[in-house]
Design a protein around this ligand. Sequence first.
Ligand code: MRU
Length: 351
Amino acid sequence: MLNLLKPIEWKNNRLILLDQTLLPCRIKYLSLRTSAQVWEAIKVLRVRGAPAIGVAAAFGMYLGLQNCKAKMSWNAFRRAAQQQGDYLNSSRPTAVNLRWAVERQLALIDRMREQSVPRILAALLKEARRIIVEDMEVCKAIGRHGLPLLRQGCAVLTHCNAGGLATTRYGTALAPVYAAVEKGRRISVYSDETRPLLQGSRLTACELKRAGVPVTVICDNMAATVMAQGKIDVVIVGADRIVANGDFANKIGTYGLAILAREHGIPFYCAAPASTVDLRLKHGSQIPIEERKPEEITHGFGRQTAPTGVNVFNPAFDVTPHRYVSGFITEKGILKPPFAKSLKACCSPII
Ligand code: MRU
């Protein structure tokens, strides 16, 4: 049994979140009871990773509406729900799972036009809990499908954290690693540190170490050398949004890794659930890319490391063109090029 931290849970009418900003030094769980608290937790990355953000938003919808009066009309309730959805969506723009979860809850409300507010609220909570269960199953399936890519003794390079902490359990990019380890295979992982917020060293290294998987942290600018030295067999990363032609957004630095993998003849896979696929967008250039505050670069983790007032550009994600992708590891199997065709066949448009 893998020793994985539980990042998100529903208990006693509260959303219980592991505060990931404190890892790896402290394990502290937060107990959230309002949608404003959920919004803040997503914004400052207490909960992060596309699938986990989606789960939090599904509960955020319930928390934001739970005090609506029982006698409220369906129309008024639907308007309030739209407002809640728009509010939660404003926390982070890139991961489509957030919108996917909000739209799934809105679609449920639309199907319950004839029902009372208390019944709709009960259904919203049930749906959010169902999303947790589904996410675990989806991650397990991604692990199963990615398993053949990881033979005994192989080394995986990953970027950011697309592990158990970014989902409800197992992760996406790390799911095949956990599946292989559970089968008794010896697998090692190189984890990019992932500037500027260090999800690779703080989170990926933390969860792999707890699970007993050998992990080596490297700075982002060491990936080329490690590949040139023949230390990497396969690169697996996660995604925040995959669009119709197979371009995808993931943590800043992913695009560079994809180019490096191509140069060194190393297979480059992206692991993600169907809820990360956005067929409404045709090209990667249409994906909204979050820009975060300069202090994350100039004053990271308590120390000033750039001159006061210097210009800073801090995009949180980049877009990897589909031509660098060997395949998408999804819960339905590994999708191969041409991605316009394989993605369409596998994923229906979101809600
Ligand atoms: O800014 P973050 O930490 O939310 O970025 C997370 C990533 O880029 C992950 O790779 C992605 O969300 C996939 S998580 C399964």
